[in-house]
Design a protein around this ligand. Sequence first.
Ligand code: G6P
Length: 491
Amino acid sequence: MSAHAAEPPVGADFVVVSNRLPVDRSTDDGGWRRSPGGLVAALEPMIQSTGGAWVGWPGQPDIEVDPFSFDGMELVPVSLSTDDVELFYEGFSNDTIWPLYHDVISPPAYHREWWEAYVRVNERFAKAAASVAAPDATVWVHDYQLQLVPRMLRELRPDVVIGYFHHIPFPAYGIYAQLPWRTQVIEGLLGADVIGFQRVADAGNFARAVRRRLGYETKAGSIRVPTPDGGVRTAVAKAYPISIDAAVYDELARRPEVQGRAREIRASLGDPAVVLFGVDRLDYTKGIGHRLKAYGELLAEHRLDVEDVTLVQVASPSRERVAAYMQLRDEIELTVGRINGDHDTVGHTAIRYLHHAYPREEMVALYLAADVMLVTALRDGMNLVAKEYVASRVDGRGVLVLSEFTGAADELTQAVRVNPHDIDGLKDAIMTAIEMPEHEQRRRMRALRRRVRDHDVAAWSRAFLRDLATVRGARDADATPPAATEGKDRG
Ligand code: G6P
């Protein structure tokens, strides 16, 4: 059964669809504030110049908000009820897909009721996008909460060109195959013309799942997808590693007040010789427990001394109503308490633990204050923190310890690479980072900074949109009536 095409709307030529809108509602005055994040920075110029729209959830249950303009963008809110938040967002998105796609670090739960809500809410997003897109518009759908939207949207609006970008890993088939709705999800994604992934390996895993589930031919990132009219179209599945707005971090890090704040942070920690730093959403994929274990053992074995070293761990609150996240918080806070209890002195603390989110200026000051950045994720689509640290190190110093299980590890090859499951290896890597001579730090940081500067988020979105434009070009060429070409030939 195919859905009916919507009435041709007069709408936006470029539409972004993501679970969250790029704004948050302030609790003080009910006004809208831009939420931090690279995606909006990357897409905003394109949205503003094309009179584009952004479809997404305003972040709170049970509120109905009419479309509104914000900084030259048309924002189109999609409401989620309390039930939708529980079943679609906390349930299927963050307790089924999230753990499954992160290699089942935490066991995924499979509930038919959650799946039904996922279908229902994806339909709502697809309809909202269909109603706001101008004829032949370009629509760019984002992330794992909305994997069914590309196909639903294609059914509603066969005229639009559809891109999808997957911000998290796509797992190997042996893991993916657990999903009871594994075929429907792949069919959903294949509704897009270009399906972007963080790593080459993710795109490969997806193509393999397509072959296994649907038997479609895939070749070098091109997938031949049968169309309802008996024809075939090509979908592209390819890696487009996402990045940050590197220039913004660079600029902030050069500000005297930010550098002053970095010195103030070190002073308030008691001016230790070495500051280690970790910053993550409080998520079980981030390997925070592994990091704490390695650090605790280094202290216990007197390879590190609390008088000389402090670990600052920022853990920003996340998905706090999902049981796995509550349990993680308890575990991490218990571990922090134990390590501090065992090793703190009256004047020095082993771990300064902060369960908060911070504005970007403060983050940059923390990056500048940190001699060693610890990114020990067990699985991570990209890990933008690693790139933010590098972009902030305008002084050319600092060492990045980076898990090989992040997308960033494919690019940031000058980091100290770790397998966070190997606690002894992680301890040695932390010591290597702490003891690294300054000239070696500078040599590595120079290469890292070049990479992040040259492959920033604008380059990422350009590469993706260029491929979408190619699809459009090919489609237009196919649609050109032969007579027109002949006429041209005759001159
Ligand atoms: C990851 C996901 C995003 C998500 C973000 C925050 O980066 O890829 O899609 O928005 O986490 O999670 P939240 O559940 O708060 O949206």
